[in-house]
Design a protein around this ligand. Structure first.
Ligand code: FMN
Length: 183
């Protein structure tokens, strides 16, 4: 059976479903921004580095150029509809956390706040940024990590409980509540 050839522009569509995060940032006027991202991954354990790719025109990227810090917020399934609202296009300076009916709480070591309803938060300081085609790759050093009690099981994310949100594309998500073991 021959494989069906796909347009290379669609390669990212089969690198899915992808973990979905909400990135919070602020600008120099202390205005808060939040937006979902699924082009994201850990890139180093020591030092702890994480990356996400943003279209340069996004408010998130504009803010990071002003204040090079961000928080990776890990959303549970219960806030999927609110996550979607944070992804809508609002004018620059509008706080999507408020628009989505979520709550912000101060971070410990970075200026952008974190989202209370998320189960974990990675407070990050930008290490470097590189142009990557129509996106920019932002790599941040994690300076503080927290997790809601009960969200880990044997040191791993408790997927049955948290039900992390995985992005398939567009409005389609996979909710990771089905765990399959290979052994
Ligand atoms: C589930 C989901 C994942 C997304 N992933 C990305 C991404 O990885 N990179 C990106 O540039 N935009 C991504 N977007 C689009 C932005 O979140 C969206 O354009 C948002 O309005 C940008 O907000 P901002 O201008 O406040 O930063 C995603 C949207 C959704 C709903």
């Amino acid at each position: 059976m021959a494989f069906e050839k796909l347009d290379n522009k669609n390669a990212y569509r089969i690198l899915a479903p992808r973990p979905t995060i909400i990135v919070t940032t602020i600008n120099s006027k202390n205005e808060v921004n939040a937006a979902p991202f699924s082009f994201t991954m850990p890139v180093s354990m020591d030092p702890p580095l994480v990356a996400f790719a943003s279209v340069p025109s996004h408010d998130t990227y504009q803010n990071i150029e002003e204040i090079p810090e961000f928080v990776v917020n890990i959303p549970p399934e219960t806030i999927l509809e609110k996550l979607w609202i944070t992804g809508e296009k609002f004018p620059y300076g509008v706080n999507e956390i408020e628009k989505a009916g979520l709550n912000q709480i101060p971070s410990e070591l970075v200026a952008p706040p974190k989202i209370k309803e998320c189960v974990g938060h990675l407070e990050c300081k930008v290490e470097w940024i590189k142009d990557a085609g129509d996106h920019n790759l932002i790599v941040g050093r994690v300076v503080r990590t927290d997790i809601k009690p009960g969200s880990l099981k044997d040191g791993l994310l408790n997927v049955e409980k948290v039900k992390p949100v995985l992005h398939l594309g567009g409005v389609d998500f996979v909710v990771g509540d089905h765990l399959r073991k290979v052994k």
